[in-house]
Design a protein around this ligand. Sequence first.
Ligand SMILES: N[C@@H](CCC(=O)N[C@@H](CS)C(=O)NCC(=O)O)C(=O)O
Length: 318
Amino acid sequence: MANSTDVTLFYFPGSYYSRRVLLALYEKQIAFIDRKINILLGIQNEDWYLSMNPKGEIPVLKHGNVIVCDSTDILEYIEDNIPTDKRLLPPRDTQVGKDVMAFCKYLNTIVIDVITYGIWTHPERSPEGLNLLLRLLAKPKETVHRLSSLAAELRQKAEKNDKFKDYFLSKSQHWDTFVAQIDDTETVTRHLDGLETVFKRADALLAKSKSDAVSKSIETWLFGESFTLADVYMVALIDRLNFLGISCRYFNVEKNPNVLRFWKQARTRPSFRKLIKESRWSFMSLVAPKILKSTASVLMGIAVVGVAVGIFVALGRT
Ligand SMILES: N[C@@H](CCC(=O)N[C@@H](CS)C(=O)NCC(=O)O)C(=O)O
C-alpha cells in the first residue's frame, strides 16, 4: 500500500459516486482514513460537513490540507497528486488519454439518481427483481413520502440556519423536482431507454480493443489492455444496475456480449472483490438500525396482539 495516511475519504458505502473513488483507491492500493457519512441520517447537512463541501454531497477527499469534492475531480486529483505505480489515466495529451476522459464525461451525463430512485419507488420496473438489501429498504410509498418530507425538513432548516440558508433552500427545491421526476413513469422510462446507447457504445469499444489486441488470450478493457478510469466508471455503472436488477436488459449472451465479458473480467479484479466485501458490511452497519427499527415494530405489533389475545382468552376462562 502507498504511504498515504494523510488521505481521508468521506463517503457512503452504497453511493454510486463514492464507489468509483473506492474502486480507484483499491486499484491504486492507496491507504486512506475511512470516514463514513451516513447520508440516510442527513450527516451531509451538518454545518461542519457543509463547511467542507458546500454542496452537501459525498464523496469528499482530504489530502493533507487540500479538500477535493466531486468524484470526477477527486479521481483526477488522485492521479495527479498521489502517485503510485499504477496509473488509471493515460497522459492527457495522448489520444488514448483524451478518449478515456471523453468517455468518463459521457458516462457522467447519466442521471443515476433518477434511475435508482425511479426503480426503488417502482420496483415493478425491475425485470430481475431488486437486490435483497434494497427490497428490505424499498417501501415505495414510504420512500416517496420520506423524500417529500425531506424537502419540508430542509425548508425548516433554512429558516433556522442563516449561514447555510441558500443551501437548504436550493436542496429542498431539488428534492421537490426530484420527487416529481421519479414519480413520472415517462421520465424514468426515458432515462432507462437512454442507457441502451451507452451500452451499445461500450460494446463497440470493447469489441475494438479485443480485435486490436496482440494476443486474443489477453484481457482487454474499454481502451486497450490497461484498466483505466473509463473502466472504473463503467464498473460502477454496471454494479448499480445489477443492484437494481435491471442489468440483464442492457447486456447478456446475445445483446452486447462484449459488455458481458467485461463484467465477468471486472468481477474477478481484487479491487472489485474488496469493494463488495468492505461495502457489504459497512453498508449493513449503516442501514441495519433502520431495518431493525422496522422489524422491531413488526415484532412489537405481534407481541401486543399476542398479549391482547392472551388477556382475552384468560378473561374468557374466568
Ligand atoms: N457530482 C457529484 C455527485 C455526488 C452525489 O450526488 N452524491 C450523493 C450520493 S451518491 C449525495 O451526496 N447525496 C446526498 C444529498 O444530496 O443530500 C460527484 O460526482 O461526486
